[in-house]
Write a protein that binds this ligand. Structure first.
Ligand code: FAD
Ligand code: NAI
Length: 472
């Protein structure tokens, strides 16, 4: 046991790390939280979940004012927006929330050090910069919550010299543009591409989204097709099943060379490009190898079911380990790891971690998709219901999309769902609860749902799966 005042040192103050530190303190551990940047909250609060949702909300309000109010008989004159004010609102939100985490660390008596940390051979933490530069810190246990960073494309396709965050962007630059791009080519039709593509399309950019897949990743064919159609109606142009060959730029414009599958090469021009082809664990240059903490071929820290790495006393959670790169997954793991350390029985129910794309309408997924059920040989039954047949959706003019529930055919237990529709991210939580308690279609149907609510879509979908939908 090292001679140290700290029971636990957490490296990384994203949603995984800071939540773990708070829980550790609640459990009576003397806790140190080390973070590269002064602003706590990691990717999620500073350059991820929160700033993107602020811009999504502001740009949605603008679209609603511009085109959504007329059918309700409301006119406000010509809608305009001021991007600087929108960005200020985003920044104010981020500052308030990161300040909130500062408050919480103080309230929980967590010591915070700003600077980059590295592990050494002896398992001590070395500070590479900041006020404590050069010092060695010991702790009885160390929790790695190092997070992730954007995947960049090979230099031959997108030269790194072009990645200036002004014209050729990662999500970080795309959240911080000082003016609306004339044209934006989004490379990667994943969550970031669709959310940030939506923001800039709503504000007036011509947005082209390209992906090598022929569908939107993670979605079943019907959900993907309907979602794509909805986004196309909002002005996004899709070029799926297309390989990106190169990105080149001169002073005036950016040339994107592509080859659509089964067709010949072509080049189109854009003013800006967003590279959104995934994220990778931020596990380089942290001394993990020196300390005997093994990573897999993709750089994810290897852990067992109790979040233990290959070095005794060192644990890892969140985006730097395998699994969905989501803030709530990182939080769940942070709490579970620390509780395990305190001798509690812990469980993260990975099958019920939902994913939400915060476009308009939203898309929410949980558990198995139909595609995965087929691949895994799970015999299933589908229950599906459109929002257009839901009274509440009609009153608010949000009748697009459907809820699709996947049941295990043997006992009609709910094993997955995809919802494309208004408030999908909120609605999905009812299904998460049902799945967490191993509920069935009949369980959903037996629960009385208030009328008129969007949640009735879920009940009707379950009824449809049982062959007794009322409203279709
Ligand atoms: P991070 O939040 O990445 O935090 C890691 C922290 O560790 C950082 O502060 C980093 O500086 C610090 N660190 C790393 N190495 C060191 C070191 N050596 N020394 C000291 N400090 C170090 N997820 C959702 O669930 N919902 C969303 O709506 C959502 N939106 C997103 C939008 C965007 C644009 C992006 C990019 C991501 C989004 N995500 C969203 C994903 C989410 O941000 C991540 O899954 C989440 O932040 C992971 O949490 P984490 O604690 O594992 O890591
Ligand atoms: P992603 O994994 O969601 O999507 C990447 C897309 O890029 C895929 O469709 C893939 O086919 C495509 N792609 C990969 N290489 C390509 C190439 N060479 N050319 C063309 N297309 C290519 O990754 P994304 O959008 O970068 O997001 C990263 C992570 O951040 C995700 O894992 C997600 O979980 C998280 N995130 C979550 C959000 C949320 O929960 N609402 C919002 C934003 C990000």
């Amino acid at each position: 046991m090292p001679d140290t005042p700290y029971d636990l040192a957490v490296i990384g103050a994203g949603p995984g790390g800071y939540v773990a530190a708070i829980r550790a303190s609640q459990l009576g551990m003397r806790t140190l939280l080390i973070n590269k940047y002064e602003a706590l909250g990691g990717t999620c609060l500073n350059v991820g979940c929160i700033p993107s949702k602020a811009l999504l909300h502001s740009s949605h309000l603008y679209t609603q004012t511009r085109v959504g109010l007329g059918e309700h008989g409301i006119s406000t004159g010509k809608a305009t927006f001021d991007l600087q004010t929108m960005q200020k609102h985003k920044e104010k939100t981020v500052t308030a929330l990161t300040g909130g985490i500062d408050f919480l660390t103080k309230k929980n008596r967590i010591e915070v050090i700003t600077g980059s940390a590295r592990l050494d051979k002896a398992g001590a933490i070395r500070m590479l910069d900041g006020k404590k530069k050069g010092s060695a810190i010991n702790a009885r246990s160390i929790l790695l919550a190092l997070g992730s960073k954007p995947v960049l494309l090979p230099d031959a396709i997108v030269p790194s010299a072009l990645m200036d965050e002004r014209r050729v962007l990662t999500s970080t630059g795309a959240l911080d543009l000082p003016s609306v791009p004339k044209r934006l080519c989004v490379i990667g039709a994943g969550v970031i591409g669709l959310e940030l593509g939506s923001v800039w399309a709503r504000l007036g950019s011509e947005v082209i989204v390209l992906d090598r897949l022929d569908h939107l990743a993670g979605l079943d064919e019907d959900t993907s097709k309907a979602f794509q159609k909805t986004l196309e109606a909002q002005g996004l142009v899709f070029r799926l099943a297309t390989d990106l060959l190169s990105v080149a730029a001169n002073k005036e414009e950016i040339a994107i060379k592509v080859r659509p599958h089964g067709s010949k090469e072509e080049t189109f021009r854009t003013s800006h490009a967003l590279v959104a082809v995934g994220r990778k664990p931020a596990t380089q240059n942290c001394g993990l190898e020196d300390a005997g903490v093994q990573c897999d071929a993709q750089g994810f820290v290897a852990i067992d079911e109790h979040f233990r790495t290959t070095r005794e006393g060192v644990f890892a959670i969140g985006d730097c380990v395998r699994g969905a790169m989501l803030a709530h997954k990182a939080e769940e793991e942070g709490v579970a790891a620390v509780e395990a350390l305190a001798g509690h029985r812990t469980l993260v129910d990975y099958a019920t971690i939902a994913g939400v794309i915060y476009t308009e309408p939203e898309v929410a997924t949980v558990g198995l998709s139909e595609r995965e059920a087929k691949e895994q040989g799970v015999a299933y039954k589908i229950g599906k219901f459109p929002f257009s047949a839901n009274a509440r959706a009609r009153t608010s003019g949000t009748g697009e999309g459907f809820a699709k529930l996947l049941f295990d055919e043997r006992d009609m237990r709910l094993v997955g769902a995809q919802i494309l529709g208004a408030e999908a991210g909120t609605l999905v939580q009812e299904l998460v609860a049902i799945m967490a308690y191993r509920g069935t279609a009949e369980d959903i149907v037996q629960i009385c749902h208030p009328h008129p609510t969007l949640n009735e879509v879920l009940r009707e979908a379950a009824m449809q799966g049982l062959g007794r939908a009322i409203h279709i």
